[in-house]
Write a protein that binds this ligand. Structure first.
Ligand SMILES: [Fe+2]
Length: 199
């Protein structure tokens, strides 16, 4: 286990536990933080260059988490669930995530999963849904999110966004990248999202 991943887990815990929000509290109190580390081979992605800008965008409360994510970027196992056939090459060049804990993350947890989503500027992550319910906290602002049948809504850094099981959601970046923290629970934790409006 590296010191970096332990530090990131501690920062993630501190950030989630600092949220004064009933939904966030409901997710956070369900997490058993004594989870064993996994040895994962690091893997990079082309989108990681956006992390530097994301550090500059993150407000004071969110910055320590984004800064850690960026500083040790080469130690994380970055991944992509989709392929070029799903959303095109431009999306793939500007999209990635790392699972901090979960069924395949840097720490083993089969009850909940959590990690970070990174999107470059000018990207639309189209409607998708999954069985697990999901908590999202954007760590940078200036992005728009939609849930169910609603239109896109601007979301600030630090807002708590809740997606119930199988409710479709989408997000799009403007001129800046997005880093968001996500937590999944109550479903297959490594499921590839179903693309399209559904539920
Ligand atoms: Fe989701």
């Amino acid at each position: 286990m590296t010191a970096a991943v332990t530090e990131l887990l501690a920062a993630c815990r501190a950030y989630l536990e600092s949220q004064d929000d009933p939904t966030a509290r409901d997710f956070t109190t369900a997490i058993d933080w004594t989870m064993p580390a996994r040895t994962l081979e690091p893997a990079g992605l082309s989108c990681l260059g956006h992390l530097d800008r994301a550090v500059g965008l993150a407000p004071a409360a969110e910055r320590p988490l984004v800064e850690l994510l960026a500083r040790y970027r080469n130690e994380w196992r970055w991944g992509q669930t989709y392929s070029e056939a799903d959303f095109g090459q431009h999306f793939m060049d500007n999209y990635g995530w790392v699972e901090l804990f979960g069924t395949r993350g840097h720490f083993a947890n089969d009850q909940l999963a959590a990690g970070f989503l990174l999107l470059g500027p000018g990207i639309t992550y189209p409607d998708h849904h999954h069985i697990a319910e999901e908590l999202y906290v954007p760590l940078t602002g200036g992005t728009e999110w939609r849930k169910g049948e609603s239109g896109f809504v601007a979301r600030r850094a630090g807002e708590i966004i809740y997606h119930p099981s199988n409710v479709s959601h989408a997000m799009r970046t403007g001129v800046e990248p997005l880093v968001a923290l996500y937590v999944w629970r109550g479903g297959p934790l490594a499921q590839k999202s179903t693309i399209g409006v559904g539920g």
